[in-house]
Design a protein around this ligand. Sequence first.
Ligand code: SF4
Ligand code: SF4
Length: 120
Amino acid sequence: MDGKCSRCLNSKCCTYTTEAIGVAPRSKADFEHLLWQVSHQGVEIYKDEDGWFLLFQGSCEHLGPGGACGIYDQRPQICRDYDNDWCELDAPAENGFLLYFRSYAELLTYCKKRFKTWGR
Ligand code: SF4
Ligand code: SF4
């Protein structure tokens, strides 16, 4: 662990995972599916300049109490590739989100604005 990470006690970058939503949602059916997903605990959705993503809140089981990685020498490649030059210790990832839905209610509000005929 380098100096910056060793000073970062809450290790934000180890407390969630993301998965790209392959095809950007367009139809009412697409958004109904996302409403189902975001209704679940810990599941959020965002859109940034790279597209739409599911965001799963939840700490990695290998994250130790002091922020150390319990499998540091065997950690996954994505963890090795993560660049800490400018990371979530510097600014929250949400700053780069174009859209961010943390609940059913937030996404439903968006659906009603996006589709004038939503619910009809
Ligand atoms: S990459 Fe950034 S957020 Fe992650 S542990 Fe290091 S300093 Fe903290
Ligand atoms: S494997 Fe280690 S570096 Fe990767 S997310 Fe888990 S605790 Fe963090």
